[in-house]
Design a protein around this ligand. Structure first.
Ligand code: ZN
Ligand code: ZN
Length: 347
């Protein structure tokens, strides 16, 4: 991009990072800049998105305190011993977890269930000025960005990869009729990607007017305001439920055609009962599909969608905050209404 290569920070340097201390509690603190070990790289992070999972109190309570953020992009500034496939100055998407690509689980393609997957992670996390990328990620899931893909746009790669994987697991194909329940950021990604994937008809439902308007403007054949309009009268090959809500999941079942598929894209809380109508699911032969996170094949597909302009960052990213205002960014991400995607920038 015509910029000079950022220098690696000197030994003993500190950096700012945003810690999630508990549900709803974000503080920006000074931490030591981590040093890359063998096979690892140090990345100067430039932008990171806030994910819906960062806002789930039961999920956060399990993990806090932590430097949150797993939708990062930045530039490589230092290499650990033995790294040959990257060089300082490269602009990259970095995946926060990566599989080994060699075990039985990986050979099946179940990358997120590889034992190596959870053992490695971005250190200390995505909401920091610098992070060390683990050796498995360096080997398998650090993707150079084409020059025209901004750091902000590259924050879409991780969530888009999850959507790519969800559509693959649900066997989405061109010509299908698709309905999307919940048109927050993830629902909009499903809309854009099913449209570009050749869906014959795509509709969406939400209760927020701006989300419905955005869907209608960019990809939806029909939108349904769940507060006022009647639900769709036709049924669908594929219904995607993006909120982890029992009511939304049950509503989704009723909209799947006989022999069709319901994609449950978000978890319910650990002890929540959904009350699925198994009698109906059985006789109507409805396939239930879940999809969690994404692997190295999905991030590559997602980056090509971003690079091709299939997922317009200026439409999808509604709010940007500097790292110093990470607490405000986090609060904004928790507000529905006009908020679609909040990212934090580090420049
Ligand atoms: Zn996420
Ligand atoms: Zn593996």
């Amino acid at each position: 991009m015509g910029e000079s290569v950022a220098p690696a920070p000197p030994p003993g340097a500190t950096m700012r990072a945003a810690l999630l201390r508990g549900p709803g509690h974000v503080v920006v603190e000074e931490l030591p800049v981590p040093a890359p070990g063998p096979g690892e790289v140090l990345v100067r992070l430039r932008a990171c998105g806030i994910c819906g999972s960062d806002l789930l109190d039961w999920y956060v309570a399990k993990k806090a305190p932590m430097v949150f953020g797993h939708e990062p992009a930045g530039e490589v500034v230092a290499l650990g011993p033995g790294v040959a496939n990257l060089s300082p100055g490269q602009r990259v998407f970095v995946h926060h977890h990566a599989p080994c690509m060699e075990c039985e689980v990986c050979r099946r393609g179940d990358f997120v269930h590889c034992p190596v997957w959870k053992q490695n992670a971005l250190r200390p996390g995505g909401m920091a000025e610098y992070a060390v990328v683990s050796a498995p990620s360096v080997r398998h899931d650090v993707l150079p960005l084409p020059p025209h893909v901004s750091f902000a746009a590259a924050t879409l790669v991780e969530p888009a990869a999850c959507v790519v994987k969800g559509l693959r697991r649900a066997r989405f194909a061109a010509g299908m009729r698709v309905h999307i329940i919940g048109l927050g950021f993830i629902g909009q990604l499903f809309g854009f990607l099913t449209r570009v994937g050749g869906a014959a008809f795509v509709s969406g439902a939400d209760q927020i007017g701006s989300r419905l308007a955005l869907a209608a403007e960019h990809w939806a054949d029909a939108v349904f305001d769940v507060r006022s309009s009647q639900p769709p009268t036709q049924s669908f090959d594929l219904v995607v439920v993006t909120p982890g809500s029992p009511a939304a999941i049950r509503a989704g079942v009723g909209l799947v055609r006989n022999g069709g598929t319901l994609l449950i894209f978000a978890p319910t809380a650990p002890d929540q009962e959904v009350g699925l109508p198994v009698h109906e699911l059985f006789f109507r032969e409805i396939t239930l599909v879940t999809s969690y996170s994404a692997g190295p094949d999905d991030t590559r597909a997602a980056l090509s969608h971003v690079a091709a302009g299939h997922l317009p960052a200026d439409v999808l990213i509604s709010h940007r905050f500097p790292l110093a205002e990470a607490a405000e960014a986090y609060r904004a991400a928790g507000r529905t209404g006009e908020v679609l995607k909040v990212i934090v920038t580090m420049d």
